[in-house]
Design a protein. Structure first.
Length: 107
């Protein structure tokens, strides 16, 4: 059952974790941009001669793979937090609906 205390806990949790969500979004966006920078750096350092070979070398490089791993972690963290926020918002909406129904005499 969704009661007033659980709604208050949901609101408190959301307020306490707003910065964490903002940081996870910023991390993901940073890594998305840094991935392009890392690719450019590697492309310019590539010992290969053709454009296709330079591209393949850059994408296969361990430094590029590290950025991709970091991006994967950042996306996972952001997704988890977003889903938790959505769950907290849903809990609040359920409570609001129950309260409105109660006031209307539906329950």
């Amino acid at each position: 059952m969704t009661d007033e205390q659980s709604v208050e806990r949901a609101l408190e949790w959301m307020m306490e974790n707003t910065s964490k969500l903002a940081q996870s979004i910023a991390d993901r966006k940073y890594l998305e941009d840094f991935k392009k920078v890392q690719y450019s750096i590697l492309f310019s350092k590539s010992p290969e001669k053709t454009m296709a070979s330079k591209e393949a070398w850059s994408y296969a490089h361990p430094d590029y793979k590290k950025v991709l791993e970091g991006l994967r972690v950042a996306v996972q963290q952001e997704s988890e937090l977003r889903h938790l926020f959505t769950t907290a918002e849903a809990k609040i909406e359920v409570w609001r609906t129950l309260q409105a129904n109660h006031r209307a005499g539906v329950v």
